[in-house]
Design a protein around this ligand. Structure first.
Ligand SMILES: Nc1ncnc2c1ncn2[C@@H]1O[C@H](COP(=O)(O)OP(=O)(O)OP(=O)(O)O)[C@@H](O)[C@H]1O
Length: 281
């Protein structure tokens, strides 16, 4: 039997300045299987980043347990567990440690004791995958927000963690840049049993997941496939997601009296359905 790689049970979290009866995360339980891609959505301030920081021990729960790859997260295991988790934040500024882009991407590899020739290959490949190969000798601080996010992602690609947590990690990229990064992550998943947890407002990123968790007011409110979650239409906006174009089109056609498919369709799926409708006339 395969065990979950992430197992969260009855997690409560409170920030130090919060009163004893206040919680930022309340009774959150979920599991993620190895190789799964899970998106976490929810409106601003619902507790998604707080959850991500609990998962790699940056914050310590008030109650509940977190198991990563079978190990209970505690003061004793946190350093081992962090080696398995790569995290990319919305604002990667605080994550840069190297004087140049390539030094920065190499940093975690040096810590892992990877031999230099392999390190150089991995750094180069990772920078090429995120389209930053021409910036290898630049200073990370001088890059744009989107470029910084690409470099932070390259660091994770090179380090090859078992679990990749993306906290709004594509938010500063333009739509094409986001698609490129998502394609890179899909490729990484195809080549290894990478588990991805992505916190996002981006509908395409959420649609790339196998499963979506909806967090509201610090609680896990819903869980389902992207198709199940996207059927909520207008309620998606309350969940912190933008409604996909195909769903907006469906809603508009429905208002015109057309019987539209109830299952979730991509833009291509919607276009195919419209073609079929037209040829059946
Ligand atoms: N360091 C902190 N100290 C105290 N409260 C905090 C701290 N960081 C976040 N919070 C509060 O905890 C709640 C959850 O914040 P969190 O950043 O986890 O939400 P989020 O869902 O990730 O939001 P966003 O989508 O805006 O990133 C918010 O009310 C926030 O104000």
């Amino acid at each position: 039997m395969v065990n979950p790689i992430i197992d969260v049970q009855h997690l409560d979290y409170r920030y130090p300045q919060q009163a004893a009866d206040q919680l930022t995360l309340h009774d959150i339980s979920f599991t993620v299987m190895p190789g799964e891609w899970v998106a976490i959505v929810g409106h601003n301030g619902s507790g998604k980043s707080t959850l991500a920081k609990n998962l790699n021990g940056l914050l310590a729960p008030a109650a509940g347990t977190i198991k990563i790859d079978g190990q209970v997260l505690s003061e004793d295991t946190v350093w081992d567990i962090r080696k398995e988790i790569g995290m990319v934040f919305q604002n990667p500024d605080n994550q840069f440690v190297g004087a140049t882009v390539e030094d920065d991407v190499a940093f975690s590899l040096e810590n892992q004791g990877i031999p230099r020739p392999e390190m150089l290959t991995r750094v180069k490949t990772a920078l090429t995958q995120v389209n930053m190969q021409d910036f290898a000798t630049r200073e990370p601080a001088r890059l744009s927000g989107g470029q910084k996010q690409r470099v932070a992602l390259a660091g994770m690609i090179a380090a090859r963690p078992q679990i990749l947590i993306l906290d709004e990690a594509t938010s500063m990229l333009d739509p094409r840049g986001r698609q490129e990064v998502l394609a890179t992550i899909r490729e990484m998943k195809a080549n290894s049993e990478l588990t991805v947890l992505s916190i996002t407002h981006d509908i395409d990123e959420a649609a790339s997941a196998n499963r979506v968790l909806v967090i509201n007011d610090g609680q896990l409110k819903e869980e389902g496939t992207p198709a199940e979650i996207f059927q909520h239409g207008e309620a998606l906006i309350k969940m912190g997601l933008d409604m996909p174009y195909a769903e907006r089109l469906k809603a508009a056609l429905k208002r015109q009296g057309l019987q539209v498919p109830t299952n979730y369709l991509t833009e291509k799926g919607m276009a195919d359905w419209l073609w079929q409708l037209r040829s059946n006339k």
